[in-house]
Write a protein that binds this ligand. Sequence first.
Ligand SMILES: Nc1ncnc2c1ncn2[C@@H]1O[C@H](COP(=O)(O)OP(=O)(O)OP(=O)(O)O)[C@@H](O)[C@H]1O
Length: 247
Amino acid sequence: MSEETKVKVRNLTKKFGDLLVLDNASFDIKKGEFVCIVGPTGCGKTTFLNLLVKLIEPTAGEILIDGEPADPKKHNLSFVFQEPSAFPWLTVEKNLRFNLEIKHYSKDEIDKRVARMAKLLGLEKVMNAYPRELSASAQQRVVIGRSFAMYPDLLLMDEPYGQMDIKMRYYLEDEVIKLWKETGATVIFITHNVEEAVYLAQRCLIMSPKPTTIKEEVNIDLPYPRNVADAQFIEYREHITEMIKWW
Ligand SMILES: Nc1ncnc2c1ncn2[C@@H]1O[C@H](COP(=O)(O)OP(=O)(O)OP(=O)(O)O)[C@@H](O)[C@H]1O
């Protein structure tokens, strides 16, 4: 991993009316890093991602990607939100092709990437189905495939596995690590699930309750694949759980 900064957050403040959500938060994310953001419910995790993709504007402060103001039109970023958001009017295959076609990749390249995503995510048998015919977890796999197919250099994931059963979650957690390693992408992954954060991240950013700042950063110094029953793993998990308690 290089020491270059991918995302620089400086004095980021967001108010909704009188409600101060993010309060002067500053942190950096390195190029190629896998970072999980954890924090209590309602502390502003999704708000941070919405600011990053410019769905909303900050009250003060800034977010820079590669040294420039964050701009989804300019930067190669993809996101997977909490709610499944497969396009209902397109088949699974067309969902997977959608972003690649917009970017005018060659047909061969699109075929190759779509086949890879379908295989990886177990979607090969449902390529002609429409999202409504699939379970919530399969719909979310379609969205993950659509995002990963772009080989984004910044991938934003907001509780992407919340809807899934535990087996599928473990499987996809391993897949996201594999894709991260293969593509060298920078990944920002938001989760409520401390075990998931310790399983995935090189570094966890722990947010405080509102008004939110970064309370602590924890480097997870464990090799992949990680073992949830490992003593050190449990130590990290317990420490982070303690840190996000707000009561
Ligand atoms: N558009 C909005 N207008 C007013 N308040 C908002 C808006 N968006 C978010 N909020 C408030 O800002 C706070 C942070 O919300 P946000 O969804 O970012 O939290 P979160 O940490 O992602 O929560 P969760 O863990 O439940 O997903 C909450 O109190 C929420 O009610």
